[in-house]
Design a protein around this ligand. Structure first.
Ligand code: NI
Length: 186
């Protein structure tokens, strides 16, 4: 079932989300609906607050052709082993903890909740992440590239942050008018 994607200006996007306490059928169905909604919108990540639920649940799917240079799936560390990133896609997790590390880079981000706006955001290149799965297992991931970027962007949503909060102050000035308009049309 397709869900309504909440848009910039909606207070539901600005809440610190609560941990998921119990994985039941309702939660599994929500995760499946979030994936469907994300695919339909051509996104690569979606966090629960973006569909109006203030809980720590995220879905991510980075298609191979989204990665720069060649179509090969990049290798990432999964529970201590090197594996192609595509092996863990789609990623569905609750209550993540992430530790970004490495040098910071600029990358152009967008968001399904901030329509028609893309902007450069500076973030560390790599992430170590602990990602509890719906089946009770835990994925420990160490990665770079688009996945590292996406994990940071999605985990920001769980804290009530949007990528537009993280752009340079000059870019914030440029975006201010557009964002104000977005919030009015919501
Ligand atoms: Ni987003």
């Amino acid at each position: 079932m397709l869900l309504d994607i909440k848009q910039y200006g909606d207070p539901v996007l600005r809440v610190v989300c609560a941990p998921v306490e119990k994985v039941d059928d309702e939660l599994k169905e929500l995760a499946a609906n979030m994936l469907e909604t994300m695919y339909e919108a051509n996104g690569i990540g979606l966090a629960a607050p973006q569909v109006g639920r203030n809980i720590r649940l995220v879905v991510i799917d980075i298609p191979e052709d989204e990665e720069e240079e060649g179509a090969e799936s990049p290798m990432i560390t999964v529970n201590g082993e090197q594996r192609p990133q595509k092996d863990v896609m789609p990623l569905v997790f609750i209550n993540p903890s992430i530790e970004p590390y490495g040098k910071k880079s600029l990358f152009t981000e967008g968001c399904l909740s901030v329509q028609n706006i893309r902007s450069n955001v500076s973030r560390p290149d790599h992430v170590k992440a602990t990602l509890p799965q719906l089946d009770g297992t835990v994925l420990e991931i160490d990665c770079g590239g688009l996945l590292a970027r996406c994990l940071q962007h999605e985990c920001d949503h769980l804290e009530g942050f949007l990528f537009t909060d993280r752009v340079s102050s000059a870019a914030k000035l440029t975006l201010a008018k557009k964002l104000k308009r977005l919030a009015q049309w919501r």
